[in-house]
Design a protein around this ligand. Structure first.
Ligand code: HEM
Length: 461
């Protein structure tokens, strides 16, 4: 998966030649498409392509544009005519801060990307190898008893620990990572609720769930302040993201403000935990549901390592493991919906998009589309073998997005996911236990509702 530069409209059309996108079918008077979108968003987004390449949705009084084809989602993500915006981002900004890279636009965003990018470059990743290995092995070592696993908290824990220990190094991080896990888990639950059920002032009432949410959010902000203050007090400047932020300068060559450092740490650790954790949950699900694939991953790990614990240096050789991860991310992309806002009157695929319009698209729908994938719903990691992957249409597989908002952490994420998957499959087989609920929970990310697995050691006859 690479970023490729294409012009969104190869030959820009005169405004008079542009068409209005059709309105998607099935809308109700007054409610429009809102009810369908709220009831079953995945199915709703997946059928939109039948109505057109770009379609209009009526969400209450608002018109939202949905883009449904791989090439147009690529064009949208790569075009300078659109910025980050829409309800999702506004709700994130309100809770997590306005000065972080994930919600900034324009020159501020470009400067922030320049600051954080070195910490995620391909050549920076080997320095994180020892921590990723340690955490992957610690995860599987914790499970000696064969007790059923609460996969949600296990996956969340390892994802937060890796992000925090790699990017915000420090001895104090061990204990902090545990607090970060607890705070982030509660904040994510509450943020999604506030996004889909916008009850405004009701969330300010002193009810137990609101109090729990506010406590977790306050602890998250406090933790970040503590981490920054302790790093400053230690006088240490390890080569990591936090040092890059503490040394960053604004356009005038002045150090960036405290608020921006704070918001930046939140803007990076927050998406970095939930997305990786959700993907690990789906990978655990794959290992349990497709034991033949789990055995294949185990055999690959053994042939590459000769039986020693899997190490960072092995990641590149674990080709099939990588393809299992890609296939899990194709069918269950953590980031299942994305939004943009048109900055000017513009167009996509010959359709008129007015300035200020909100546009949505779903990597979930794009990556499951039968027009792009043969046997589209089948779990088939071998479709990522080079001779077959070349037939996948451009932008039909972009779990990390493309363009200037592309996830900075694609290499970082793939390295940790490979190590974790390899460590899991080499040590255990997994079985779902009664009470496990592997139905899809739709939140800011997609994850299983409550996956519970029994790890069965492979050396047990
Ligand atoms: C942005 C996916 C892991 C930090 C994004 C975007 C996607 C994505 C699709 C683009 C959003 C858009 O186009 O609007 C994923 C997936 C991950 C993952 C699938 C793992 C499986 C991480 C990790 C970190 C991270 C581990 C950091 C530790 C960010 C940041 C942005 C971002 C800071 C905002 C970039 C910007 O707006 O310039 N991610 N991500 N992500 N991701 Fe990730």
């Amino acid at each position: 998966m690479t970023v490729e530069s294409v012009s969104p409209e190869a030959t820009p059309r005169a405004p008079s030649e542009l068409r209005e996108p059709p309105v998607a079918g099935g809308g109700l008077p007054l409610l429009g498409h809102g009810l369908k979108l709220a009831r079953d968003p995945l199915a709703f987004m997946a059928q939109l392509r039948d109505h057109g390449d770009v379609v209009r949705l009526r969400l209450g009084p608002k018109t939202v544009y949905a883009v449904t084809t791989p090439d147009l989602t690529g064009a949208l993500a790569l075009s300078g005519d659109f910025k980050i915006g829409g309800a999702l981002w506004e709700s994130l900004e309100g809770l997590l801060g306005k000065e972080g890279v994930a919600t900034a636009n324009g020159p501020l965003h470009r400067r922030q990307r320049r600051t954080i990018q070195p910490a995620f470059r391909l050549d920076a990743i080997p320095a994180y190898g020892p921590i990723m290995e340690e955490e992957a092995h610690a995860l599987v070592d914790r499970w000696k008893g064969g007790e059923p696993l609460d996969c949600t908290s296990e996956a969340f824990r390892v994802a937060v620990r890796i992000a925090a220990r790699c990017l915000l190094r420090g001895d104090y991080m061990d204990e902090r990572a545990e607090r970060l896990c607890a705070a982030l888990a509660t904040v994510f639950r509450g943020m999604y609720r506030r996004m889909v059920i916008p009850l405004g002032p009701l969330y300010r009432l002193p009810l137990p769930p609101n109090r729990e949410f506010n406590r977790a959010l306050a602890d998250l902000h406090l933790l970040i302040d503590e981490i920054v203050a302790e790093r400053r007090a230690s006088g240490q400047m390890p080569d990591d993201l936090l040092t890059a932020l503490l040394e960053a300068e604004d356009e005038n060559g002045d150090p960036i403000g405290e608020q921006e450092i704070h918001d930046q740490v939140i803007a990076i650790v927050t998406p970095g935990s939930e997305t990786v954790a959700s993907t690990i949950m789906w990978l655990l699900h794959v290992l349990a549901q497709h034991p033949e694939q789990a055995d294949k991953v185990c055999a690959e790990v053994e042939s590459v390592t000769g039986g020693r614990p899997v190490a960072f240096e092995d990641v590149r050789a674990l080709r099939h493991t990588n393809n299992v991860i890609l296939e899990a991310m194709r069918l269950r992309p953590a980031v299942w919906i994305l939004t943009r806002r048109a900055v000017i009157d513009t167009s996509l695929g010959g359709y008129r998009i007015p300035a200020g319009a909100d546009i949505i698209y779903s990597p979930y729908a794009i990556q499951r589309d039968e027009k792009s994938y043969e046997r589209n719903l089948e779990f088939d990691p071998d479709r990522w073998l080079p001779e077959r992957a070349k037939d996948v249409p451009k932008y039909a597989m972009t779990p990390f997005s493309v363009g200037n908002r592309k996830c900075p952490s694609d290499h970082f994420s793939m390295a940790q996911l490979t190590l974790v998957t390899a460590a899991l499959a080499a040590r255990y087989r997994f079985e779902q236990v009664p009470g496990s609920d592997d139905s899809t929970r739709i939140g800011i990310t997609l994850r299983p509702n409550d996956l519970r697995l029994r790890p069965v050691p492979r050396d047990t006859p």
